[in-house]
Design a protein around this ligand. Structure first.
Ligand code: NIG
Ligand code: FE
Length: 391
């Protein structure tokens, strides 16, 4: 059998599309005849990029906190003093629906313009019933406003809100009994996430939330081992999580657990870069154990104010040892897997959605190479040209 060429590239290729779906992808000479054809000028075409971990919706920003961190104050230290995530919670609660939509839509349009056609968006800056639900509704609405599929995730367990500092378990009760039921009933979220960390929630608290999520048939994922090894990877694996994300401090046992469970490792090179972390996730061990690895922007105001998927690819290559080809796979087919969407997107093949990006580059490595450039020529979402700035 012939070896697959790098990136699975096909020279002089054609895609045939019927409605929203690809019906042929391969050499142009073999393409079926079509009613209408479009010449893409010989440009590189890739699957639409998929960003499987973002906190796109938030009020305000944390530039002042970043200034403090540059002077040497730690991320966890700021969080323990009531800043960090809780600062964004205050700004998000105060922002109201329209302002949240407006700022998130700007960020989303930028991501779309860089070739993103599917995105995951978390709640987690409301931390009360009303604002968590508002964030999830905004996530759904954004998918109606822009040519992109938005997959909302409920992240009620992102931080303990100030009202519950004295009794975090009572907040976990609220997440399980007052937030999850209406969110599940109204289908406001496609998955449930939590932050497993000394400054956030314990494995025991998260087990309660994940158990409840399972009762509602909602898949789970986890912010795991970002700042310390809290057994997050093992916890995610125990619940058959779609993904375990961050993983800087994941142990050998954690890697083995992910491999056994088939859980995707989502690495967030933007957060690793922006926090100036010294300890990279165990990429070589994950690869050796055959854990699928995806990349996401983690777009959020605290650890990764990043709206360029291409910079995420670059950071993965320069900081975490990815090849440009591994990075591109991690933001297409492996990212689709991290969202449980491998069946209908992430590659260009018959039966998959016609989600693709057209690039002004000579070779695919340029996607991860050009710092701060945007060589995206056009984006197609479900077979139609996407115009992210017009809605
Ligand atoms: O993925 N680690 C927790 N959550 C986010 C950061 C959120 C914030 O700082 O606002 C993350 O890094
Ligand atoms: Fe995150």
């Amino acid at each position: 059998m012939a070896e697959t060429p790098p990136y699975g590239l096909v020279d002089d290729a054609a895609l045939a599309i019927d409605g929203e779906t690809i019906v042929f992808a391969g050499p142009r000479a073999q393409a079926p005849t079509a009613d209408r054809t479009l010449d893409l000028g010989g440009r590189l075409v890739t699957p639409g990029l998929i960003d499987p971990h973002t906190h796109l919706i938030y009020g305000g920003n944390r530039a002042l906190e970043w200034e403090q961190r540059l002077l040497g104050v730690g991320y966890a230290e700021i969080a323990r003093a009531g800043g960090g995530i809780l600062a964004t919670v205050r700004a998000t609660r105060a922002a109201g629906y329209e302002r949240l939509v407006e700022s998130a839509q700007l960020r989303l349009a930028t991501l779309c313009a860089h070739g993103v056609t599917t995105i995951e968006v978390k709640s987690g800056y409301g931390l009360d019933v009303e604002t968590e639900i508002r964030m999830l509704r905004i996530a759904r609405d954004l998918g109606e406003r822009l040519p992109i599929d938005v997959h909302p995730t409920f992240l009620g367990a992102h931080a303990v809100p100030p009202e519950f500092t004295a009794d975090p378990d009572a907040y976990v009760d609220l997440v399980c009994d007052e937030m999850l039921p209406p969110i599940a009933a109204e289908k406001l979220a496609d998955a449930v996430d939590a932050f497993c960390e000394t400054i956030a929630f314990t494995p025991a608290q998260i087990e309660r939330i994940f158990t409840r999520a399972a009762e509602f048939g909602l898949p789970v994922k986890l912010h795991a081992d970002q700042l310390s090894d809290g057994g997050g990877a093992e916890l995610a694996a125990r619940f058959g999580a779609l993904s375990a994300d961050h993983l800087e401090y994941t142990s050998t046992a954690g890697v083995a657990a992910l491999a056994r469970a088939g859980t995707v490792a989502v690495v967030l090179p933007g957060a690793y870069y922006f926090l100036r972390e010294q300890r990279p996730p165990p990429i070589a061990a994950l690869r050796a154990a055959k854990v699928p690895i995806a990349i996401a922007t983690d777009c959020n105001p605290g650890t990764a104010p990043l709206v360029s998927p291409l910079l995420a690819l670059n950071f993965a290559c320069t900081l975490l040892g990815f090849s440009p080809e591994q990075a591109l796979r991690a933001m297409t087919c492996e990212a689709a897997r991290a969202l449980g969407l491998r069946h209908d997107r992430g590659t260009l093949e018959p039966g998959k959605l016609a989600d693709f990006a057209v690039w002004n580059v000579e070779q695919p490595a340029e996607l991860a190479y050009a710092l701060g450039a945007n060589p995206c020529h056009a984006v197609y979402k479900r077979g139609r040209r996407a115009e992210p700035t017009q809605h």
